[in-house]
Design a protein around this ligand. Structure first.
Ligand SMILES: Nc1ncnc2c1ncn2[C@@H]1O[C@H](COP(=O)(O)OP(=O)(O)OP(=O)(O)O)[C@@H](O)[C@H]1O
Length: 292
């Protein structure tokens, strides 16, 4: 059921904001007289609840395992009567995209809450947490800097990061009412539906879907490659194709780079039947985001 993905720098207050959301959502559920809302519970998932230490972010392998653990926990909860608050760094746009696909696959609303604490405040909080051994928190300085460097800020213009709610550090609370409205709906207009056979999208087993995914993305790659061949030395620009505009960067994009983006797109979408009419525009959107 609804997925609220929290994202922010290390020590930015993600758990602090998540707790405010949990409290508000629990109160709203209890106060509701609508049976569809009453049966909901709130599921707060974070590294601590999953038994993951902050040091997992030191190495690619341990971080990958940690992400897989979070992914499975969210996926399991998506099938239940829960409002999921996925409280983590969630700093890789590809990872947010994957979770967005999972939410779409069960036709449940999703949003991203960006804890917009400026780096300087995060540094101060982090240093305080490291000093104060009583509080369980804080990253070693080199790890903190590295995670800030790698952070891919959510972009509300993309499907997978929208709707996007950004919470400034000085705000007392996140926009709780707006988030509730986006996830659950307003009185008398409840959005949530229980996933069932009618609403869960079928896994894409049809070979023609995979064929379409493969063919359409390859066609778009060919258009880019042909354009680059015909315009050697020309900087980037906007390349208009059927159903969209590709924004090419100033330097030519290499075939391996394009193929890598294409492979990622296919692997992210193979389990989820995008309507065939959406494949082209979705791939263009994905390309622009990755080339931008
Ligand atoms: N906006 C805020 N107002 C007051 N205190 C805050 C705010 N944001 C964070 N804090 C405080 O900063 C500390 C760290 O916050 P928190 O644990 O929520 O960070 P986090 O982003 O979840 O950290 P991690 O990256 O380790 O998961 C806590 O003591 C919390 O109370």
């Amino acid at each position: 059921m609804p997925l609220i993905l929290i994202s922010g720098y290390p020590s930015s207050g993600k758990t602090y904001r998540s707790n405010q959301l949990v409290e508000y959502f629990k109160t709203k559920i209890e106060a509701s007289s609508d049976a569809r809302i009453n049966r909901l519970t709130v599921c707060h998932i974070n590294d601590q609840s999953l038994g993951l230490s902050r040091d997992v972010y030191r190495e690619a392998r341990t971080e990958k395992d940690a992400r897989a653990t979070e992914y499975s926990a969210v996926k399991r909860a998506l099938g239940k009567d829960t409002i999921i608050i996925a409280d983590g760094l969630n700093y890789i746009k590809g990872f947010r995209y994957q979770l967005y696909c999972e939410a779409k696959a069960v036709q449940t609303p999703n949003c991203v809450v960006h804890v917009g604490t400026p780096i300087q405040n995060c540094e101060e909080i982090n240093a305080r947490l490291l000093e104060n051994k009583e509080e369980d928190g804080g990253y070693a300085k080199d790890l903190f800097d590295n995670l800030v460097y790698r952070y891919e800020e959510p972009n509300g213009m993309t499907r997978w990061d929208s709707p996007l709610f950004t919470v400034p550090y000085e705000d007392e609370k996140p926009p709780l009412g707006d988030i509730w409205e986006a996830m659950i709906g307003s009185e008398g207009k409840v959005k949530i539906v229980k996933p069932n056979q009618a609403t869960v999208m079928k896994p894409a087993t049809e070979s023609d879907y995979l064929y379409e995914l493969d063919k359409t993305s390859q066609e778009i790659l060919n258009v880019i490659l042909d354009w680059q061949k015909d315009h050697p030395g020309e900087g980037g620009g906007e390349l208009t194709v059927t159903e969209g505009t590709i924004e090419l960067p100033a330097n030519p994009v290499s075939l391996p780079q394009l193929q890598r983006i294409r492979r990622q797109f296919i692997s992210l979408n193979r389990q989820h039947n995008l309507p065939n009419s959406r494949i082209r525009s979705s791939f263009i959107e994905y390309l622009n985001y990755n080339l931008g």
